[in-house]
Write a protein that binds this ligand. Sequence first.
Ligand SMILES: Cc1cc2nc3c(=O)[nH]c(=O)nc-3n(C[C@H](O)[C@H](O)[C@H](O)COP(=O)(O)O)c2cc1C
Length: 332
Amino acid sequence: MEHSDTNTSASIKKHQAELKQDSWPGPKGMIPVTSGKADDANVHNRAYLDNILVEMRIIDAVKPDLTTEIFGRKYASPLTLAAVSHLNQVLADTSRQPMQEKAAAAKKLQVLNWIGMEPDDEYAEIVAAGGDTVRIIKPFADHERILAEIAFAQDRGAVAVGMDIDHVPGEDGNYDVVDGIPMGPITQADLARYAAYSKVPFVAKGVLSVRDALKAWKAGCSAIVVSHHHGRIPFGVPPLKVLPDIKQALAGSGMTIFVDGSLMSGYDAYKALALGADAVLIGRGILPELLDQGQAGVEDKIKRMNQELAQLMLYTGVKDTQDFDPKVLHFN
Ligand SMILES: Cc1cc2nc3c(=O)[nH]c(=O)nc-3n(C[C@H](O)[C@H](O)[C@H](O)COP(=O)(O)O)c2cc1C
């Protein structure tokens, strides 16, 4: 793939120019991380989402309650702010700190915030301004570094920690190297070690098969993110397509199932939740707003997405976030 978060800042700079010409597949202003070609999993995300249609169940329907419990804590909405790393380095205006602005928006909105690859000192500065945080740690070849980052996040109040296991491979078929730091393979036993070491729930981010979902569960993970990390795997299947089977395989496990991938509107989020997600991550759906308008832009975008989600819930007779029914969905 041409674009990944390993080259976030170069990618964003390059694409800021392209934005004006081509904003597909997202709304105008979205920072594309897609080539638009068939091997780009984002293409299939968009097509899959757009071909799910919704029937109406309006009789007896009431205004829905969006509050959601995640890791035993209450949030205003099942929308959470995805890990979008390195953004404090991308703006020409160096007085701006998009990572802190995003954390502050999450706190104000009373939603969960995710933080990805940041050095410990920057991570500490970001969470100092924010609310509840999940820290996602890379699959470093150096496993002691992973344990140290878990401990660092716990000490600073992370409500959960986890690993983006989909960042093991690089584009050259070798283990990836991110910011000069080598990644390594991750075994089920490794995951079990991190999960046992963590005092807070441990999340496997980047699960895209029933097989890996079951391995994560057996390893003692408390949650998974069904995701391909905006298309790291070429020809990756849309997360929403594998979600129902994963949901069924994990039934009764008590695991929390998050989903992300091209969820740009509250309508997209509705489809993920109806298919069985407990909560969703919004990454590129808030990125332009974050970079252009900061905290207020993110707040406005998530409020709008909450409205869209509530609108579809009301139209389909879903009274709260425990009440979704996949049978309202029709696949074109
Ligand atoms: C600029 C950027 C940086 C990202 N950095 C990280 C990261 O450090 N760790 C991680 O787990 N995911 C990272 N992601 C992936 C997102 O958390 C998310 O999984 C992915 O973008 C799919 O969601 P979306 O389609 O809503 O953007 C990053 C995504 C973007 C766009």
